[in-house]
Design a protein around this ligand. Sequence first.
Ligand code: DOR
Length: 424
Amino acid sequence: MSKILIKRARVIDPSQGLDSIKDILIEKGRIKDIGEYLFELEAQIIQANGLIACPSFVDIHVHLRDPGQDYKEDLESGMKSAVAGGFTTLVCMPNTNPSIDSPEVAQYIVRKAEDIGLCKVLPAGALTKGRKGKELVDFYALKKAGCVAFTDDGSPLMGSNLMEKALRLTAQLGSLVMNHCEDDRIAYGHINDGYVSSLLGLASRPASAEDILVARDCVLAYHTGGHIHIQHVSSSLSLDLIRFFKDKGTKVSCEVNPYHLLFNELELLTSYAKAKVNPPLRGENQRKALLEALKDGTIDCIATDHAPHASWEKGSLERAMPGMIGLQTALPMMLQLVREGYISLSKMVELMSCNPAKILGLEGCGSIKVGARANLVLFDPEKEWVLGEETSFSKSRNTPLWNKPLKGKVIYTIFEGRVVYQDV
Ligand code: DOR
């Protein structure tokens, strides 16, 4: 396998407290050396002056729509978008067709992703058969087939008895449950319960729907010793609940999406259905509470919730499917928060790489220590670009940021010692 020598990058790796200009030598798929001035005659040289090198990103919440909905995305287009966004590990959600509720479907994903070979794709198994919320899956068989977590993503598990059992069983396997917390008996509408829903007269999805399930799941994790991971937190009371249970030593972790950090519900007035997501974009006070929680460490990681949909599925606000694509926009969005002073670059790398790897106990990512697998990204924090027809790798275009100027671009992504994406 070829050698790569990265020269004069600003290397940021919170896992070893590193932030300085260094050379990095990669050999046989691993980090061979990190030093001041390294030489290697046979290596491909990457001149990285002005670039930041860090562990490549880990996204624990993506929808790749494969099998079953490849008009929106498939493993190959999703993986190409991922590496163009600096991600080399993805956890893909089970709301596929068929859903990931059997070892056969999990193995189909693992094998197809290995054949494509651009990055690692780890399936999240469904919690219940067909994601119908009635009967738990065989956690052991799915874990053996490669599933790293369990969730009925998009369809919150309402049965508390089933959630209690799922937390107990997954804890025995050293695995975890991820839940989309929105009680669908309260959250039956289309957008946040607030100014915009009143203005447009639309049925809504109040934050209380989220808070109720976050509270229930934390209580169950507290009593069972299971690990609950709360997906895409968007409400300030949910954050308070998570803080409370973390203080009690409960195994609770949570993610936030870049779009909940950067947009509020007013975005709907200009981007319409492109800004429709579940849970919905909320009011400015809720967004500010998310930013506070990012700073104080309540939020463990960033996840994109990359959710591709075809243009014809994004019509009126009432009818549109919820979701935004996000793999290629996550870095520029997070860099905006760095520029605005909410987080440091090092904290951003923790949130996008080290911490999501830790939550799932994933090896081979989240660090670029000598000897580790060479999974890293080189990005230019100042480069301006536009996500559009020429630059996007997704099959879908559903983001308010389509054709808008962005700042901060991935220049190289390296997966297991191979350059899998290069900005041309
Ligand atoms: O906005 C969303 N889109 N939220 C979800 O929970 C599901 C996702 C999707 O699959 O499109």
